[in-house]
Design a protein around this ligand. Structure first.
Ligand code: ADP
Length: 462
C-alpha cells in the first residue's frame, strides 16, 4: 500500500461516475415517466409494474365512525382503532398496540399465523368493552396493510405471490390473504371483516390525503423504497371494462425496479451481483437506506487496498458486507468537530480502523457525501418523473397549482443531507417558479392510519 494520497484518484473517479448533473436527472425523470406509461399500457410493458390497487374512493375527511387498521409487514404486527368524527371534528381518537410475532409462527402454517393475528385483534377489541362497537347488524371494518407481494383482484382481496423478509409460512402462497384473515376472525368469533387491502405506500398516500386534497403522490424511503400516486382511470389502458365511480384510483408503481440511465459504478455492480436478487431493484439499490452504507463500505475497502488510509494493516471488519450502515453515514456527515472525532469513532467502532489521520477522515466524509448526494438527487428525479407524467396528461393539473408529495420512511425522516439533495434536484428540474407549487413533506403513517381511513372510505355500509 502506498500513502494516503493514493486514495484520492479513487475518490475523484467515484465523484465523476456518481455525478448527477441536470441532463442526467432529466434523463432519469423522462425515462421513469415513459416507463410508467408502458406499465400502464400492459402488464410487463416496462420495468415498473404499475400495480392496480382497486382503490375507488379516497378519504375525503367526511368519514365517520369507528374503523380499524392492521399492519403486517415485518416481525411485528400493529393494530389500531380510529374514531372518525367527520369533516369538522376529524380524528376524535386513535389507539394502537404492537404485538411481536413469535419466530416459530413465521415458518408455521397459514392457520397458525392468522389465528395469532386474529386473537391479537380480539384482545384489542375486548378492551373496548361497551365503550365502542359498531352499530347493530354491522361488522367492524378493517384496513389491512400487508407489505408482501400480492396480486390484488379487488379492493378487498389479493393473492400472495411469495413471502419475503424471513417469512416462510406454509400454504399461503396463491391464496387470498384477506380470506385467510376473515376466516381466522370467524374462528375467533369476531364480528370483523377486511374492507380494504393495501400496501404501506398506499396507506401513506391515503393518510396524507385525508388531511389535504392536494396530495397526489406518496414516496417511502426507508430500508427499501416505493412510490404510489393518484391516476385518472382514463390513463390506464390495461384497465379494461372495469367500473370506477370516482374516475380516479391509486397506482402502486413499485419504482424500486427502475434502472434506465442510472449513473452506476463498479461498486454498485459488485453489490448487485452478490445480492439475493441480482439484476433486480436497481433504483432501490442506488437510493434506499439498506444499501447506501454498503456502497460506501465497498469504496472504502478499495481505498484501503491501495493506500495507507486506515493505517498499515487492513482493518478486517471492512471486508464484511453491510457492517457500515446508513445511520453511520448520517452520523459521520453530522460531525462538525474540527478533528472529525465522530468520524474517527465510527471508523473504529463499525469498521475496526485502529488509527486514521484527518486527511483520511475527510476522504471518508467525501465518499459518504458522494453516495448520499447521488441517492437523494436520483430519488428527487424519480418524484419529478411521476409529476411530469401527470402533467403531460392534463396540462396545468400538477404544476399549475399546489401539489403535495407525502414522504415517509426512516431514511427521509432522519437524514437531513439526503433530504436536501432530494429537494435540490426537484428544484433544479422544475425551476424556481414551478417548484413553489410542489410541496414535499414528511407525513408519518407508522401505525397505518391510512389503511383504516381507506376501510372507512370503502365501507361496505355506505
Ligand atoms: P422500514 O423501511 O424498514 O419499514 P423505516 O421506514 O423506519 O423502516 O426505515 C428504516 C431505515 O431508515 C433503516 O434501514 C435505515 O436505512 C434508515 N435510517 C434509520 N435511521 C436513520 C438515520 N438516523 N440516518 C439515516 N438513515 C436512517
Amino acid at each position: 500500500a502506498d500513502s494516503v494520497s493514493a486514495a484520492a484518484p479513487i475518490l475523484r473517479d467515484l465523484q465523476m461516475k456518481c455525478a448527477t448533473p441536470l441532463p442526467v436527472l432529466r434523463h432519469v425523470a423522462d425515462a421513469l415517466a415513459a416507463d410508467m406509461r408502458a406499465g400502464l399500457a400492459a402488464d410487463g410493458g416496462g420495468e415498473l409494474k404499475m400495480i392496480l390497487t382497486y382503490v375507488d374512493s379516497l378519504p375525503t375527511g367526511n368519514e365517520a365512525g369507528l374503523f380499524y387498521g392492521l399492519d403486517l409487514g415485518g416481525t411485528n404486527f400493529r393494530v389500531l382503532r380510529v374514531h372518525l368524527g367527520g369533516k369538522e371534528k376529524r380524528l376524535l381518537d386513535t389507539e394502537f398496540e404492537q404485538v411481536s410475532i413469535p419466530q416459530e409462527l413465521m415458518c408455521g402454517t397459514t392457520e397458525e399465523l392468522f389465528d395469532f393475528i386474529a386473537s391479537g385483534l380480539a384482545k384489542f377489541v375486548q378492551k373496548e368493552k361497551d365503550k365502542f362497537g359498531p352499530p347493530k347488524g354491522r361488522e367492524r371494518e378493517i384496513g389491512f396493510t400487508f407489505s408482501f407481494p400480492v396480486k390484488q383482484t379487488s379492493i378487498d382481496s389479493g393473492i400472495l405471490i411469495k413471502w419475503t423478509k424471513g417469512f416462510a409460512v406454509s400454504g399461503t402462497v396463491r391464496r387470498d390473504v384477506v380470506a385467510c384473515l376473515n376466516e381466522a376472525l370467524k374462528r375467533q368469533g369476531l364480528d370483523m371483516r377486511v374492507s380494504a387491502l393495501v400496501n404501506d405506500t398506499v396507506s401513506t398516500l391515503a393518510g396524507a390525503r385525508y388531511w389535504d386534497d392536494n396530495v397526489m403522490v406518496a414516496v417511502i424511503l426507508g430500508t427499501g423504497t416505493n412510490a404510489c400516486y393518484i391516476e385518472s382511470v382514463d390513463a390506464i389502458p390495461k384497465l379494461q371494462g372495469s367500473t370506477y365511480q370516482s374516475g380516479k384510483t391509486i397506482i402502486n408503481t413499485e419504482w424500486g425496479a427502475f434502472s434506465n440511465g442510472l449513473p452506476l459504478t463498479e461498486y454498485d455492480r459488485a453489490m448487485d451481483c452478490e445480492s439475493i436478487n441480482p439484476g433486480e431493484q436497481i433504483f432501490e439499490k442506488t437510493i434506499s437506506g439498506m444499501y447506501l452504507g454498503e456502497i460506501v463500505r465497498r469504496v472504502l475497502q478499495k481505498m484501503a487496498e491501495v493506500s495507507t488510509m486506515f493505517g498499515d494493516s487492513f482493518p478486517q471488519k471492512l471486508s464484511v458486507p453491510f457492517v457500515l450502515r446508513t445511520p453511520d453515514l448520517c452520523k459521520m456527515q453530522q460531525d462538525d468537530t474540527k478533528d472529525l472525532n465522530e468520524v474517527e469513532f465510527i471508523l473504529s467502532d463499525a469498521l475496526g480502523v485502529k488509527s486514521s489521520c484527518l486527511g483520511s477522515r475527510r476522504i471518508v466524509t467525501d465518499v459518504c457525501d458522494t453516495i448520499v448526494k447521488r441517492g437523494g438527487r436520483l430519488a428527487g428525479a424519480g418524484i419529478v418523473g411521476i409529476l411530469q407524467k401527470l402533467e403531460q396528461d392534463f396540462k396545468g393539473s400538477i404544476f399549475g397549482r399546489r401539489t403535495v408529495v407525502a414522504m415517509d420512511g426512516g431514511l427521509y425522516e432522519h437524514y437531513p443531507q439526503y433530504r436536501s439533495h432530494l429537494k435540490e434536484a426537484v428544484t433544479e428540474l422544475l425551476g424556481e417558479e414551478v417548484s413553489k407549487n410542489v410541496i414535499i413533506e414528511h407525513t408519518k403513517d407508522g401505525s397505518g392510519i391510512g389503511a383504516a381511513l381507506l376501510a372507512a372510505a370503502n365501507s361496505k355500509y355506505s
